[in-house]
Design a protein around this ligand. Structure first.
Ligand SMILES: Nc1ncnc2c1ncn2[C@@H]1O[C@H](COP(=O)(O)OP(=O)(O)OP(=O)(O)O)[C@@H](O)[C@H]1O
Ligand SMILES: [Mg+2]
Length: 165
């Protein structure tokens, strides 16, 4: 499927969605995250990192000041947070374009901070929205066939998880 969305009612649920996604992502993959402050982007990435094989010992936090954290999972996980991005030069310094083609998984919080990024790249685009108190709507968009298969699997895994509870 090209579009799938889910409502999360607690941070743990958002993390679980991320974990299920992290388990099934096949590198190279670029996941763009868009959503306001506190929408749950980092929470989703924490789960994704666990699902992708990054050890519990390794803290996964927003790389707010450095813009990029790198974790060792099944293959590298590049975690960008562009909130504090000031100039395009910063990104060039980081070699951002190369990470978009890297043999790993690249996740980008605040992807909308770069004009046109969503239009140019990303296998999966995830929009997270506040939907009252602890509720968040998490909407996934697959950009090509391979990513659409991930969404099929993610939706089934989520249903299966629900039926086990
Ligand atoms: N259903 C939910 N899913 C995710 N987070 C939730 C949910 N309900 C409440 N929260 C709270 O919302 C906050 C989400 O924080 P998080 O750092 O993941 O957001 P973010 O989108 O990365 O924000 P920022 O842009 O500020 O980094 C946390 O404090 C978390 O406890
Ligand atoms: Mg964050």
């Amino acid at each position: 499927m090209r579009h799938w969305s889910v409502d999360s009612f607690a941070p743990e649920q958002t993390q679980s969605v991320g974990e299920l996604l992290g388990r099934l992502l096949v590198p190279p993959a670029v996941v763009l995250l868009v959503g306001d402050l506190g929408a749950g982007k980092t929470c989703l990435v924490k789960g994704l990192a666990r699902g992708f094989g990054i050890s519990e010992q390794e803290p996964v936090t927003s790389p707010t000041f450095t813009l990029l954290n790198i974790y060792a999972g099944r293959s590298p996980l590049f975690h960008f947070d562009l909130y504090r991005l000031s100039q395009e030069e910063d990104l060039l310094d980081l070699g951002f374009d190369e990470y978009l083609q890297a043999e790993g998984v690249t996740v980008v919080e605040w992807a909308d901070r770069i004009a046109g990024l969503e239009a140019q790249t990303g296998d999966l685009v995830v929009h997270l929205r506040h939907a009252g108190d602890d509720r968040r709507q998490i909407a996934f968009e697959a950009r090509q066939e391979r990513a659409a298969q991930w969404l099929d699997r993610l939706a089934s895994a989520w249903l299966e998880r629900g039926s086990r509870k």
